[in-house]
Design a protein. Structure first.
Length: 120
């Protein structure tokens, strides 16, 4: 018979691994702020609607708007994993867009509109 020596018989693993998981969960639930500027062919192609849709699906608060210089700027607040996913999605955009650059800054949350909205 195989030995169970060294393995935990308690559900959920060792105390250390449960504590590490709890620490990661609390970090994941902390609200952060993401500010991003997206450059490329991102105006007139449904990019703001795309960002608003993903922001809402991810449960984020925030806004997105076109800038006079042809960029799209957004601010979003929510858990770090959701902000990370939104950042990755910004590189995709709707099919008619072309993203050349995404500049991202992360800060402490200060409160933005909920639900995610398009600003004009």
């Amino acid at each position: 018979m195989p030995s169970d020596a060294g393995s935990s018989s308690r559900p959920g693993g060792s105390l250390e691994s449960r504590e590490a998981g709890a620490a990661n969960e609390s970090r994941d639930l902390e609200v952060e702020r993401l500010t991003a500027t997206v450059r490329g062919r991102v105006q007139g192609v449904g990019f703001r609607r795309y960002v608003r849709g993903w922001g809402r699906k991810l449960g984020l608060a925030g806004w997105v708007r076109n800038e006079p210089d042809g960029t799209v700027v957004l601010e979003a607040e929510g858990p770090a994993p959701s902000l990370d996913r939104l950042t990755r999605l910004l590189w995709g955009g709707p099919p008619t867009s072309r993203v050349d650059a995404v500049e991202v800054e992360r800060r402490e949350a200060v409160g933005v509109p909920d639900p995610f909205e398009v600003r004009h």
